[in-house]
Unconditional design. Structure first.
Length: 94
């Protein structure tokens, strides 16, 4: 578990396309350019799946609205383990 106490910017140079599962707290998803709020999510929800599955840049940003604990699933580590332990052929989509 890690703490999301920073902004997750869609243009961040080191975006690793992780997916985030909210353990506690609240997060706002918004468009960075217009600061338009898309949704506010909380414990039991997740975000970042589009980038996680596609490997494409994020279309929105996220910021914590309070002290927030998240579980972060890194895309590359997940794909590496999937390939290592697969029982059927795995095709990566890039």
């Amino acid at each position: 578990m890690r703490y999301l106490i920073y902004f997750l910017k869609k243009h961040h140079d080191q975006d690793d396309c992780s997916v985030f599962f909210i353990i506690s707290g609240r997060v706002e998803i918004y468009y960075d350019k217009s600061n338009l709020s898309l949704q506010k999510i909380e414990k039991g929800t997740s975000f970042g799946f589009l980038s996680f599955f596609s490997g494409q840049p994020r279309t929105a940003s996220a910021k914590s609205l309070e002290f927030t604990t998240v579980f972060i699933l890194n895309r590359e580590k997940f794909l590496s383990k999937l390939e290592e332990f697969h029982t059927e052929k795995v095709t990566r989509v890039e």
